[in-house]
Design a protein around this ligand. Structure first.
Ligand code: SIN
Length: 561
């Protein structure tokens, strides 16, 4: 019988695996880990809500004739602009078919040729329909219509919910990791679990686990314009940083070039797969529309994402126009409705018929290529702490992620992480309440100034958009640094004086991630991939770059300085 969730309603809770986040990485790890022990997934919202859910494009996987692992590796490395770790790229790309089969075993159906094309029949009709996206030298994207993320999330959630060894606790937000490094001087910093707030009751519980896996997704909310959901506040990276994990390459925030530009559309993504099917980017000039991408890259509208986002930004600034446009009117309405059922429907809601009208688009923050430094097994620099999915930085994406490599990385690294943990010596830390005390609010009192939270939240997102966006300069970064330093000080003071709330925890994390992006951007004295600083020329295409690494010293290290 499945252990009831009320069995986990106490204040001090133990498990074998504590997984923070319910997207593809978290649920893949949970299903694998459940073969070895008791798993708790905590998720700060509903279990359905995650970055995964909003992924449209699909999963890059070598499956078609005429494609090869080596070609996928090379495309990833080219997009990554000299910062990919080739051994990591090879390991992840070559594991794709096996992990894709796991997803199919869980019940996922990928789109077939016959689902999309009018005349696909017989054997040909039963082959996968492979999507094309920017930077890929061939069609290799497996997809489930244009809602791949939603389908993935639904099938995995169903499998997790029926698994006897997995408990999902919704409305539970991690406050901080519990690590030995900050409790007492230890030779090795080791993660023992996390303090977690129940967002309904605001009670803070102590979770103690053999292994802790961060699967918290991205941090798009750090920017004013983003296609990420509201939950994407960088909680995992911020917690790992506070626990002294190494954080890598935070300056590489990916902006998706084509978010629907409409006052009533809440940051709706127009998948790169639309350009893969032939959509062309245009800009309004007087009373007509002109193409422009051929001036920027030989692949024109299908160039890697960093180049397309920067080109649109440049065209908008030069022309004063509020948006660019996608033109896919060469296709029939029948094809577009079959290939992009959700995007077609969503555009129609706003009076845009993709078969007849141009689609207005702008770039917005989409994906964090940096994160908690890990290897291909999600192993961080803190013992028994893993980071999987967007929160981690394995070295796969380098300075610019290749489209549809993110779901791939999430499921490969999540699976690898559990395999790695199985051989590790670990016990559930039944450490006395004296050493790991339960959370105490100390002298903190209820705040009567909640306005501080909403004000700082907005200010951070605006300053990041204005000063640390698609095009940066030394001066803008310096301004951003001065401002974020003041905001962070104010938040820290507030954090320690007042009883903490979920909003305050997210704000503190967001500010911390903003500062990490700024610090990493300041440290990089070149333009490379997604980090474009107008004060430095772009690094030569063939040049190898160096990772940016941040680490907050442990208390004991500060003491000995
Ligand atoms: C998209 O569908 O354009 C997003 C795919 C991705 O970010 O990998």
């Amino acid at each position: 019988m499945k252990m009831s969730e009320t069995a986990y309603s106490g204040k001090r809770i133990t498990c074998d695996y504590l997984i923070v986040g319910s997207g593809l990485a978290g649920m893949t790890a949970a299903l694998e880990a459940a073969k070895h022990g008791r798993v708790i997934i905590i998720t700060k919202s509903k279990a359905e809500e995650s970055n995964t859910r909003y992924a449209q494009g699909g999963i890059a996987c070598v499956i078609g004739e005429g494609d090869s692992f080596e070609a996928h590796v090379q495309d990833t490395i080219t997009a990554g602009a000299g910062l990919c770790h080739p051994e990591v790229v090879r390991a992840i790309v070559s594991a794709a078919p096996e992990r894709v089969r796991d997803l199919q075993d869980c019940g996922l159906h990928f789109t077939l040729q016959k689902d999309v094309e009018e005349n696909a029949s017989g054997a040909q009709g039963n082959q996968y329909h492979l999507g094309q996206e920017g930077g890929h030298s061939t069609r290799r994207i497996l997809h489930a219509g244009d809602i791949t993320g939603r389908e993935v999330s639904d099938v995995l959630l169903a499998r997790c919910r029926e698994n006897q060894n997995i408990i999902i606790l919704e409305n539970h937000l991690a406050v901080d990791l519990i690590s030995t490094g900050h409790i007492e001087w230890q030779e090795e910093n080791c993660c023992l679990g996390a303090y977690v707030i129940d967002t309904a009751t605001h009670e803070i519980k102590t979770f103690l686990s053999k292994f802790t896996m961060l699967a918290t997704g991205g941090a798009g909310k750090v920017y004013l314009c983003t296609c990420n959901p509201d939950i994407a506040s960088g909680d995992g990276v911020a917690m790992a940083y506070r626990a002294s994990a190494e954080i890598r390459n935070m300056e590489f925030y990916q902006f998706h070039p084509t978010i629907l530009f409409h006052p009533k559309a809440k940051s709706f993504l127009i998948s790169e797969a639309v350009r893969g099917e032939g959509a062309i980017l245009k800009i309004k000039k007087g009373d007509h529309y002109e193409t422009f991408m051929e001036k920027y890259h030989p692949l024109a509208s299908l160039a890697p994402r960093d180049i397309v986002a920067r080109a649109i930004d440049n065209e908008l600034k030069r022309s004063g126009q509020p948006c660019a446009y996608l033109d896919i009117r060469d296709h029939s309405e029948e094809f577009l409705r079959k290939r992009f059922p959700n995007i077609f429907k969503e555009c129609l809601k706003f009076g845009i018929n993709m078969a007849e009208d141009l689609i207005p688009v702008v770039p917005a923050a989409h994906y964090c290529c940096g994160g908690v430094r890990t290897d291909v097994h999600g192993v961080t620099t803190i013992k028994r702490l893993y980071a999987i999915g967007e929160v981690g930085c394995t070295g796969l994406h380098g300075a610019n992620r290749l489209a549809s490599n993110s779901l791939l990385e999430a499921m490969v690294v999540a699976y690898n992480a559990v395999c790695h943990s199985v051989g590790q010596p670990a016990t559930i830390p039944e450490i006395s309440a004296h050493i790991i005390p339960d959370w105490s609010k100390g002298d903190a009192v209820d705040s009567d100034e909640q306005i501080v939270i909403s004000h700082n939240w907005e200010e951070i997102r605006r300053l990041m958009w204005d000063y640390v966006g698609i095009v940066r300069t030394d001066k803008r970064l310096e301004r951003a640094k001065n401002r974020i330093r003041m905001i962070r000080k104010e938040i820290e003071k507030y954090y320690w004086n007042f009883i903490i709330t979920p909003d305050l925890i997210e704000l503190r994390n967001l500010a911390s991630v903003a500062e990490m992006i700024i610090d990493s951007a300041i440290a990089r004295k070149e333009s490379r991939g997604l980090h474009y600083n107008a004060d430095y020329p772009p690094a030569p295409i063939e040049s190898k770059g160096k990772d940016t690494v941040l680490r907050r010293p442990l208390k004991s290290e500060i003491w000995f300085e």
